[in-house]
Each structure stands twice: as structure tokens, then as C-alpha cells.
Design a protein around this ligand. Structure first.
Ligand code: V47
Ligand code: SF4
Length: 382
């Protein structure tokens, strides 16, 4: 049991903030209004102390990571999200790539004998890569390495795939599950509120569609993650609205594994004029997510986009999980201006990063079953 930061009761002057501290102390959920108040008035020290208490109460010093690798089938995309530095349908078509099923299976084969537990497959929405194409991909990967957990396709990709194939979302999801799909990643959520969504991602699946696809997946026993793209033109109200919708769905299904706040990066996209959030805002975002999303077991930081040293800091602000190991060759963030131009870390380096933050590294599988707890002295073989 972690010790509650009781000094907050003496040092906090604002009565509404005190009430929030009391709720956290009593393990009660906070309201939307209280969440908004945290965004508007909660200092980094205040929200950080509460979030760290919640995190340590749940896991102590344990910090999770998994050994995964990414496959990006294509960066060609029929949509045109204004924050995206990645899609190459209309502009710079010559920089587009399209992998064949066999090329992707070859990538999987290149990890034969390596101790990876998950493949994460996400890309642009290619007009010609259809449901049959992806069924074949999932089947071939699953046949080749049945123990490799396949986490694939955002709700945006799935919505397009199912509509094109003229199958219901239920049927489409069942077919992919039968082929070997086991989890959904959390991308494509961006900001749910229509006032913002129509400005930054107006032509792809809306909030209701994104949530419906995740609900269907959860009902079929396919767990998923949830993200939020923050720190651009949205207001704090939109962040609260976004997290409320996720919290409500989680109350219904309990199918989300983790929440991943994604910091907007402003290079090489149509929103380059929008300044990026500061580190203080980033840490407050993680902490407030940990406080508000009481029914989410995990809060994850994706270090390739935050930068490894900033990601280390989030471990004191509510985050219990660091993503991005082994050979994270995803290009979405390097293209969007992350300072991590070479987003790969060996397991040794990731374990060191966690230890430097005075936490205990724990390798997990996709569903957060613990594979290995690393002692402080142990030397790791990659
Ligand atoms: O939906 C795109 C984001 C997401 C930018 O589920 C950008 O385990 C910042 O969802 N600045 C895709 N973000 C990546 C994603 C993800 C990543 C890691 C782990 C998991 C998981 C999911 O990337 C998109 C969008 O929100 N994104 N462009 C940008 N300029
Ligand atoms: Fe396409 Fe995804 Fe980029 Fe939007 S964020 S343009 S859906 S690749």
C-alpha cells in the first residue's frame, strides 16, 4: 500500500481541489467537472502526487514493457488528417510504400528465434488493401508463429475495410478474430468531440464509429487500447469529453487494456503552425488521465514520440507502462518531428531507462501477464 501524500491536505488552499484529493484518498472516481478543474488549476505537483499515489498503490515500483515489433503495411492513405505527417496519397506519392503479404510475413520471419511476444500492425488506409488481403496476412502470420500475439488495425482501418467489403462490423471483426487477430491498437481516436474532429480528421470514422468498433471487439473477447491525440487545437473540455466517453465504454465492457495519451508533434504536416505542448503540460496530461480514468488498469507512455528522457519522467506522473522496444521501426513519429529520429532501444537499454527512474522493470505480454520481473542487479541478454 502506497502512502498517501497527506501534505496535500495542509498545502492545498482551494476547497474543490481538496475535495479531489479526498476522493483519491478514498479511492472514489472524480467527476468530469473535477477533471476539468484539474486541467485548469491543478499544479504539476498536485496532480503528480495524486497520480503517483494511484500508480504506486496499484503496482508499487513495477513498470511494464513488452517485446514487440511493428509492421506498417503502407503509408498510402485515402484520408487526409491535418496532423498527419505520414500519409502519401496525394502529395509526395513517390515516397509511398506498399508491402505485399509475403513481404510482411518475411518481416515476421526475421524475428524467428527472437523473444518477441507481439506484432503491432498499423498503417495508412490504402484503397486497394482490402479485408481479404488482411485476412490472408493475419492467417499467414498466425500459422507461422501461433504464439505471437497479433495486435492489428485501428478502428479507422477496420471501419474502411468492413465498409468496402460490405460486411457488418460484427461479422468483419469475427472473421478477423477467427483468422488470428487478438487485440486492437488504440490509434485513430484523436479527439472524439465533433467540433475538433471535423477540423483535424473530418473524413474518417467518427467517435461513435470508433467506440462502436471497440465495443464489438470487446464483446468478442478482443481487448484493445485507447489513445488521445492532445496538445493541438483542442481545449481542456474536449480532453475531458474524450476521456469520459472512454471511461463510459470501459464501464460497460472492461475491454480496454491501457490508455495512451499521444503528444501532437508538428513537423511536416498541415498543422505545423500549431505549437507543441510543453513538458509540464505533457506530465499534467498523464497525471490527470491516471486520476480520471479510474477504471483503466494501465496508463502507457510511448517513448518514441515523447523522447526517452521525458518518457522516463512520466513514470513519476501516473504512467506504469513504457512502449517501444527492440526494433520499433514505426515511421509515424519520426516523420512528425519527434526528437527520437532512431526510435529503437534494446531490451537492455529499456530496462536501464526504467531502473534509472528508480522503478522495477517487468516484461509483460500484451494482456499484461507478467513474463519476468527484473531484479536490480541482473544483467540482461537482448
Ligand atoms: O492515430 C499521427 C497519432 C496514432 C501524429 O495501441 C500523431 O499500443 C502525434 O495509435 N503527432 C497512431 N501523433 C499510433 C498509435 C499507437 C502508438 C503506439 C502504441 C499504440 C497501442 C498505438 O498516431 C494516430 C494519431 O493519433 N499521430 N500523427 C503527429 N503528428
Ligand atoms: Fe491516414 Fe491515419 Fe494519417 Fe489519418 S492519421 S491520414 S487515417 S495515416
Amino acid at each position: 500500500m502506497a502512502t498517501f501524500p497527506a501534505f496535500l491536505f495542509n498545502t492545498t488552499k482551494s476547497k474543490p481541489l481538496l475535495q479531489i484529493a479526498e476522493k483519491v484518498h478514498n479511492n472514489e472516481m472524480i467527476s468530469d467537472e473535477e477533471c476539468l478543474l484539474l486541467f485548469k488549476e491543478g499544479s504539476l505537483g498536485f496532480v503528480g502526487s495524486l497520480a503517483n499515489y494511484i500508480r504506486e498503490n496499484k503496482y508499487g515500483d513495477k513498470t511494464y514493457f513488452n517485446r514487440n515489433f511493428h509492421i506498417e503495411p503502407t503509408n498510402v492513405c485515402v484520408f487526409s488528417c491535418s496532423f498527419c505527417s505520414y500519409s502519401r496519397l496525394y502529395a509526395k506519392r513517390e515516397e509511398g510504400w506498399e508491402l505485399s503479404v509475403d513481404e510482411m510475413v518475411d518481416i515476421v520471419k526475421s524475428y524467428d528465434g527472437k523473444p518477441v511476444t507481439e506484432v503491432h500492425i498499423v498503417g495508412g488506409v490504402h484503397p486497394k488493401m482490402n479485408l481479404d488481403y488482411f485476412i490472408e496476412l493475419i492467417q499467414k502470420i498466425h500459422t507461422h508463429r501461433p504464439n505471437l500475439h497479433i495486435k492489428a488495425f485501428t478502428a479507422v482501418e477496420l471501419d474502411y475495410m468492413f465498409r468496402k467489403a460490405k460486411v457488418t462490423r460484427e461479422k468483419g471483426m469475427q472473421i478477423l478474430k477467427d483468422a488470428g487477430l487478438q487485440s486492437l491498437p488504440g490509434g485513430g481516436a484523436e479527439i472524439f468531440h465533433p467540433d475538433i474532429r471535423k477540423q483535424i480528421a473530418g473524413d474518417k470514422v467518427d467517435a461513435e464509429g470508433w467506440l462502436a468498433i471497440h465495443e464489438i471487439a470487446h464483446r468478442l473477447g478482443v481487448h484493445s487500447n485507447a489513445t488521445m491525440l492532445y496538445g493541438h487545437i483542442e481545449k481542456f473540455e474536449h480532453r475531458v469529453d474524450h476521456m469520459r466517453r472512454l471511461r463510459d465504454l470501459q464501464n460497460k465492457t472492461n475491454g480496454f487494456n491501457t490508455f495512451i495519451p499521444l503528444k501532437f508533434r508538428n513537423k511536416n504536416n498541415d498543422m505545423s503552425h500549431v505549437p507543441e505542448s510543453t513538458l509540464i503540460e505533457d506530465l499534467r496530461m498523464y497525471a490527470i488521465a491516471r486520476i480520471y480514468l479510474h477504471n483503466f488498469q494501465h496508463i502507457k507512455a510511448y517513448w518514441p514520440m515523447l523522447g526517452r528522457h521525458n518518457a522516463q519522467m512520466t513514470l513519476s506522473f501516473g504512467v506504469d507502462d513504457l512502449d517501444g522496444t527492440i526494433d520499433d521501426s514505426t515511421r509515424i513519429y519520426t516523420m512528425a518531428g519527434s526528437e527520437e529520429q532512431n526510435p529503437t532501444l534494446s531490451t537492455t537499454e529499456l530496462v536501464q531507462l526504467i531502473r534509472q527512474a528508480h522503478r522495477i522493470p517487468v516484461e509483460r505480454d500484451t494482456l499484461y501477464n507478467e513474463i519476468k520481473v527484473y531484479s536490480l542487479e541482473e544483467v540482461i541478454a537482448d
